[in-house]
Design a binder for this molecule. Sequence first.
Ligand SMILES: Cc1cc2nc3c(=O)[nH]c(=O)nc-3n(C[C@H](O)[C@H](O)[C@H](O)COP(=O)(O)O)c2cc1C
Length: 181
Amino acid sequence: MNILLVSGSLRAKSNNTLLMHLVSKMEFPDLEFIISNPVSDLPFFNQDLDSEENVPDSVRVWRKRIEVSGGIIFFTPEYAHSIPGSLKNAIEWLVSSFEIIEKPCMVISSAPNHLGAERANSMLQNLLVVISAKIYKNLSVCIGSINKKITEDGFLQNSETEDIIKQSLLSFIKELNKIKQ
Ligand SMILES: Cc1cc2nc3c(=O)[nH]c(=O)nc-3n(C[C@H](O)[C@H](O)[C@H](O)COP(=O)(O)O)c2cc1C
């Protein structure tokens, strides 16, 4: 089974993207992590383009990646107490095409302050519920003080954080396996 990893940050030195790469290197039996194209590849959602003839190629690729994934893990920062516009835009492209319906999703967020982007995390979960993705409320992870926990080359210096991520991933994978059976 493959799990799609999506980062909501476009920043070159993004901590959330570093976390995504860190997760992509973790090994679990029968599981492959696929890193999605940056959400900035997608044009702004425009209903006029949302038809079989007009839909941009980048949107086709995005929708296909979602469709073939066994689950999705979103990594999000928080801007102005909300999720990044680029991530909201990527999700808007999924509303009419249905690939994300019943798709198991998990949200990991991080921020330099102690809250760990929890408002963005919870908003993203609510948004995913609205578009009928499958969310497991107890499995989201908010990592506060991320700047003190991760090095510039993506090495987690805090074993407690690494354990929390691993445990949540294991629980997520358990849920995915229940669906597969
Ligand atoms: C325009 C702007 C708005 C921000 N708003 C918030 C916010 O509401 N809450 C928060 O925790 N951090 C906020 N931040 C700080 C981000 O959490 C921080 O820049 C973080 O490193 C971004 O994530 P990244 O490292 O994955 O790019 C904001 C930063 C910017 C530039």
